[in-house]
Every structure is written in C-alpha cells, then in structure tokens.
Design a protein around this ligand. Structure first.
Ligand SMILES: [Zn+2]
Length: 288
C-alpha cells in the first residue's frame, strides 16, 4: 500500500494556516486539532474559513489530512455531562471534518475508572453508536489504541475488536489508528521483524487488517509494556529506527482494494526535531 508521511501541525492564527505549516515541515499529509484540545470555545467554520483552508490545501499540493479529536473526551465517564459532551464533540468533529475534507477523525475512547469495565464498555458502545447514528458525512471515525494507564479503554486488541464489532455496520466508521508508542507501552512489540509479524498476526486475528487505517508513528520514552503514554523522537526511544523500518516494510506490503488507497503515517513528536523524524520515515519508506 502507498504510504504518506506527515506530522501534527498547529492551527495557530487560523485553521487555514495548517497546510502552509505542514508544507514547510516537508509533510505529504498532516494532522490538526480543529479546536483547542483541552476544550473551550470552538472556532466557527465559516464559508470563508473553509474556502481559505481549501485554497491552502490546493496551493501546497495536499489532497488529504486527518483530525485529532480533543483530549477531553471520555465515553466511559460517570458524569452524564462528560458522556453527552463526548458524543456531541465527536459528532461535531466528524461534521467539521466533512466540511474541510478530512479523511479521518481519531479519538481516545476514555476510561473505565468511574463505571468499571463492564458498565463502562456498555456506555462506550452506546455513546459511539449515537455518534454515528444518522451521520452522512465523508470523514471516517477511527479509534486510537491507548497506552494502558489506569483503566483506559482500548489498550488491547480485544477491547478494540469489541468496539469494531458494534460499529462496523455504521456509515462513517473506518477502524483503528495504531499509535506505535501506545501499542508498544500496552505490550505490542515492533522492534524486530519477528515482533512485527507477530503483532500484525494478532491484529489480523483479533480485529482484522482491513480496520488498520493509519498509524501515529512515535518512538517511546518508556520501556516495553510499561503502560505509559510518552512519545519520543524516532531512534531516541525504546523502539528504535530498526523497528520502524520493519513496521513500514510490513505496512507497505498491505494489499489495497481500491487503487488510490493509502496509509497516513503521522508523527506526534516535539517540533524541535520533527523534520528529522519526517526524513527518517521517508527514507525507511523509500527503501521498502
Ligand atoms: Zn497518538
């Protein structure tokens, strides 16, 4: 499968700045927040704002991008306000994404801390079905694999598969966003060819490879299976460049159903060295 490489970019000063920011960093695709990740007022997508954004996309030669949902989402919350807020925010991000022409919106489902795994899972499923019920847009929803701190939802392939089973019949559901750091911290290794093969075999058996839609490519500040969400620059962490080489090699062998299908690989590392990270990924991709 064709692979496109990019990173998370800022929308400071207006969403229309994102394509320019991405182009300056050498991105082939990119990721944004369309609003503050910590909550607060939501910038309106006026016709003018959408027009400027699309003009920027064209000017810098981008055909696609993806949206990361805010961090305040928790479908497992015991507070009705947070639960219902999560539903309306994710639905709104899908609608906003469709206006802007985003390929995907990805989000972290939340935590079972308040309700426990059984009740929590029930509520997460109900909430996500409400998000997608009646949705007619073009942007697809992805669940991001979590780094299992506390009672986080979606840190195992089994939990993700449970959600996929409920959501796959809905228009607008895409599948999983595989964050290499989160997965590594949750016990899925990619450091060697054998580890990559084994991890993808598990993914195929438990979830199904057709639901592997994109990846956040981050190295890990923390050791294997340490259940913490800590991104590091490629090669400076515990996964290492060799692991990413094996990972990309494997992804590039994915068979595609549609001819123009591709896999976005998005870096979420600090911007001090993100350009180096992008170059590393491009080199690995071009070798595979
Ligand atoms: Zn991520």
């Amino acid at each position: 499968m064709k692979i496109k490489i990019g990173c998370h970019v800022s929308i400071a000063g207006g969403i229309f700045n994102a394509p320019k920011n991405a182009a300056e960093l050498g991105c082939e695709t990119f990721q944004i927040f369309t609003r503050s990740p910590q909550g607060g007022p939501v910038p309106a997508l006026t016709d003018e704002a959408v027009g400027l954004f699309k003009a920027g996309m064209q000017q810098h030669g981008f055909t696609d991008f993806v949206i990361h949902a805010p961090y305040i989402i928790n479908f497992g919350s015991g507070k009705p306000q947070t639960f219902h807020g999560s539903i309306s925010i994710i639905r709104a991000e899908l609608e906003r994404g469709s206006l802007l022409g985003a390929k995907y919106v990805m989000f972290h489902p939340g935590s079972f801390k308040d309700l426990g795994p059984e009740e929590g899972m029930k509520q997460v499923k109900a909430g996500l079905q409400e998000v997608l019920g009646g949705y007619k847009g073009t942007t697809e929803l992805l669940i991001e694999i979590s780094a299992g701190a506390g009672q986080v939802v979606g840190d195992t392939f089994e939990e993700l598969a449970e959600l996929v089973a409920v959501l796959k019949k809905y228009h607008g559901f895409g599948g999983i966003c595989y964050d290499t750091q989160h997965a590594f911290a949750s016990g899925y290794d990619i450091r060697t060819q054998l580890a990559v093969t084994d991890t993808f075999k598990k993914f195929e058996e438990v979830i199904g490879l057709e639901y592997f839609r994109m990846s956040h490519v981050n190295d890990s500040k923390v050791e294997f299976a340490s259940h913490k969400d800590r991104h590091e620059h490629l090669g400076d962490g515990h996964i290492g460049v060799k692991g990413f080489g094996e990972f990309i090699q494997h992804l590039s062998q994915f068979k595609t159903k549609e001819e123009n299908q591709f896999m976005p690989l998005i870096l979420e590392t600090e911007h001090d060295k993100v350009q180096t990270d992008i170059e590393i990924l491009k080199k690995l991709r071009n070798k595979s």
